[in-house]
Structures are given as structure tokens and as C-alpha cells.
Design a protein around this ligand. Sequence first.
Ligand code: F6R
Length: 243
Amino acid sequence: MRLIKAKDFEDMSRIAANIIAAQIVLKPDCVLGLATGSSPVGIYKNLVEKYEKGNISFAEVTSVNLDEYKGLDHDNDQSYYYFMNQHLFSKVDIDPANTHVPDGLREDVEEACKEYDEIIAATGGVDIQLLGIGRNGHIGFNEPSDHFELGTHCVKLTEDTINANKRFFAKEEDVPRYAFSMGIGNIMRAKKVLLIASGEDKAWAVKNMIEGTVNTQVQGSVLQLHQDVVVVADEAARSMLEA
Ligand code: F6R
């Protein structure tokens, strides 16, 4: 695991966007694994700027998103589909047909998860997977558990995650209780992983992900077993690290 020490949120966003842009320049038809939430907002802003300046093009890029709330449709402004359109897809030249976000409205959960795994496989594999990290160490919506889920699955969100995400919703009751998420197996198959962390509330998760033992209660700790992980963390998110 390589740790890049960013100063603050802006610095983290700039560094991580440069890494993704370099991937697109090196392989214009690359597959990007994308994340939502507040952590990547600055990265998408930087990438849109690079696109507008003519430095990168998404014309040949394929994307697969990590997760989606169960029960939210595309027009719901809290859905991750809506988020991706708002922050990236509608602002760059990516072909919408090459963008993939799990469909939150699917009733047949098993079939939906199987199909999403097939979509990921059909891309030929993720070149770079962008990840945020939850306060409890989750990556994607792989919540603390007694095992690692391998493939896409439907997960019951923990109280901590519901609490952390209620800031985006009018009322806590509006936060969906379930989500579709890529599994740890999907994430570990990415050729490169780029994890970003900003703010003091991520310090515990960052410490346990990097310096703790690999364990299923801190799902991000599994990244210690991946051969190509870059963590870009700002000062506050690094504040509990020994080294
Ligand atoms: C989002 C995702 C989640 C978030 C995590 C951190 O696609 O998979 O794991 O990355 O919950 O969220 P923020 O960035 O809002 O702190």
C-alpha cells in the first residue's frame, strides 16, 4: 500500500484526479471503477476541468460504479445514478451507454446482482477503482461483517452508515436501509485501487485499514492484500497513524 500525504481536501482531490487522468491518457479505453459520496466530489470537479481544457477525453472510457441505494430511481436526487450524472457524466464526453450504476429499483435482488457481476466481467476488468472509506472502514457498501462478500450483493446498511449519510436527506427516515454494492472480490480484482480519505472522522478507519490486522470488521483492511493500492489521505484523515 502506498500512502500519498495530501494536505487537505483540495490537495487530495487534485492528486487523485491527476492519477485518474494519467490512467485515461495512458489507456483511453480504460475501465474506471467509480465511487460517490462527498469524498470524490472534488476529484470529479478536477476531471471536468481537465476535460474542458482538452487535456483528457472520456469518449472511449467505460465506467462501473460501486453501489446504489435500493429503492431509489434515477430521478431521485439522492440516487447515485443522479449523483454521477450531476458531477461527471453530463459534463464530459462519456458515452452514457458505457456507464454502469447498479439499478436500485430491481426487485429480483439475486438476478440484479448476478447481472451486475456479468456487466463488470464484460468490461474486461476494472483498470483503476476509486474508493472512499466509511467511518467504520467500509469500502463500497461492504459493511462490518463476519465474512467478505465476493460478488455484487444487497446489503443492510448499518446504523453508523445511515447516520453518516442522513446529512444528504431531508429526514433520517428517508435514508434507504438497503443498498446494492460490489463485493470485496469485485474490488480486489481491479488492477489498481485508489482510495481517498479526508477529514478527522475518517482517521480511525484509515488507521485500521493501514495498520490494523486484515479483518472483516474493517472491510477496507483487505486492501493490504492487494498488490497495487494508492491511498491519498489528508492530514486530518492521517492523524491517528503511527508512521
Ligand atoms: C460510495 C461508497 C461509500 C463511500 C463512503 C464514504 O460510492 O461506496 O463507501 O465512499 O461511505 O462516504 P463519504 O465520501 O460521503 O464520506
